[in-house]
Design a binder for this molecule. Structure first.
Ligand code: GDP
Length: 445
């Protein structure tokens, strides 16, 4: 959806070029596209309506600055609004309580509460070195209690027994008492879910909340629920003071719109995302990164990770140091850069990861041709001697002819490469210490 939205917007933005202001008339079509794209991403209808209204209010009558078209300006406003709705970067789990810190898990049946309870236990054990106890208050489904036992063992945490003939409140009290006496840091309380919201269920979990005074009350919701997620979220928000949300099944083909809906309706931060059925399939949720994804900013962080994973690190660091200082950057480094680009899976794979508004222009570039061009450059540098690569200023007419013949290209192409190299050298001196992010910002700005 992400790139679909940005693609549509950049097309409309072009149509609106030359108009100086965002007006009711020129913004209509664009807002329709934004609305469609958000709905396609499974953002709930009422949330979309509110969102569009806010964007429209902020956009109308706004002067369009300098070289921006009204379309580009609107994309900027949409971006800011999504980011504002999603909230700040990362909200850590809160364990600031007299031990044990109690974490209450709430949500519908099948949302992934039990699985998430175990995943969270594992995370707290491994990352925070906590002693963790789990307990199930689901007295309606004996299988649920057994399931928690199994996954708790997988997580390496301890499980407190409970059975269907007990009352959830009694189970909670007993577990809390045990956790205190045995010096557990954290008590994770899994609760009964129902297939739909019902009064009795809500009362039961409210009572549990009153008794346990949890430091975190996490609402677990299935990202695939799409439009329905909003109604469920509303009901739980009214019943409980939610402190955070876990969005499960983000590995499915949902488009992440539920994040925006649930966040808007509950006002609570999304703390974790479930990304697989496995016990280690829980990720700390990064709101800004996700907002970017919804918008088609691409996954810059993933890109940077790939850049560092696919490349010979030592060589990359040496190169980075040279780039930083701008000193001693020669044709060997230029070649190394070209080769690193190849290691990363070539230009087109790199382009896929870049924000689509940055690559909108590149969309028209023929990728195959660009990659052929890279291979030719590699050929030219490989035809040079070691000395020539270190001291490109030595390369005069005779040497150029020899290099061109060796690489099977025209002399002009050797000239072009040398020019490009010189430009890059100059740019690097100017950029000093900037690096990839700075370069991207420049491309984006
Ligand atoms: P509960 O009824 O809320 O306790 O839900 P469960 O923990 O039993 O999960 C319901 C189903 O969803 C199970 O089959 C889980 O394996 C699956 N599940 C839970 N979280 C995730 C997730 O993040 N990704 C995927 N793919 N499946 C999940």
């Amino acid at each position: 959806m992400a790139s679909a939205l940005t693609d549509k917007l950049s097309r409309l933005a072009k149509e609106l070029r030359g108009q100086a202001r965002i007006t009711e008339a020129n913004v209509q079509d664009m807002l329709r596209e934004v609305r469609m794209a958000l709905l396609e991403a499974d953002v709930a209808l009422p949330v979309v309506r509110d969102f569009i209204a806010r964007v429209k209010e902020k956009a109308l009558g706004q002067e369009v600055l300098g070289s921006l078209s009204p379309g580009q300006a609107l994309v900027g406003i949409v971006h800011k609004e999504i980011a504002a709705t999603m909230g700040e970067g990362i909200s850590d789990i809160n364990l600031q309580a007299q031990p044990p810190a109690v974490i209450l898990m709430a949500g519908l049946q099948g949302a992934g509460k039990t699985t998430t309870t175990a995943k969270l236990a594992k995370l707290l054990i491994e990352k925070r070195k906590k002693k963790v106890l789990t307990v199930s208050g689901d007295v309606y489904r004996p299988a649920a209690i057994e399931q928690l036992k199994t996954v708790t063992q997988q997580a390496g945490a301890e499980w407190f027994p409970s059975s269907p003939d007990q009352k959830p409140l009694d189970i909670a009290r007993a577990a809390l008492d045990f956790a205190r006496k045995q010096y557990f840091d954290v008590l994770l309380v899994d609760t009964a879910g129902r297939l739909a919201i019902d009064e009795a269920l809500m009362n039961e979990i409210k009572e549990l909340h009153r008794e346990l005074k949890p430091v975190e009350t996490l609402f677990v919701v299935d990202a695939m629920q799409g439009q329905d997620a909003v109604n469920t979220a509303k009901a739980f928000k009214e019943a409980l003071p939610l402190t955070g949300i876990v969005l499960t099944k983000m590995d499915g083909d949902s488009r992440g719109g539920a994040a925006l809906s649930v966040r808007q309706v509950t006002g609570a931060p999304i703390k974790f995302a479930g990304v697989s059925e496995k016990i280690d399939g829980l990720e700390v949720f990064d709101a800004e990164r996700h907002a970017g994804r919804i918008l088609g900013m691409g996954d810059i962080v993933a890109l940077v990770e790939q850049v560092t994973a696919g490349v010979d690190m030592e060589a990359a660091q040496k190169l980075a140091a040279k780039v930083k200082s701008g000193e001693g950057f020669d044709l060997n480094d230029f070649l190394a850069q070209i080769q690193q680009m190849k290691q990363m899976g070539g230009l087109s794979s790199l382009m896929d990861k870049l924000p689509s508004h940055l690559t909108a222009k590149a969309g028209q570039v023929d990728m195959d041709k660009a990659e052929r061009d890279i291979r030719r450059k590699e050929g030219i540098i490989c035809s040079m001697t070691a000395l020539e690569r270190r001291k490109p200023e030595l390369i005069k007419a005779t040497r150029k002819r020899r290099i061109a013949a060796g690489a099977g290209v025209q002399v002009q192409e050797v000239n072009r490469l040398l020019n490009e190299f010189e430009q890059m050298q100059t740019m690097m001196k100017k950029m000093k210490g900037g690096g990839l992010m700075k370069m991207m910002k420049r491309m984006g700005g």
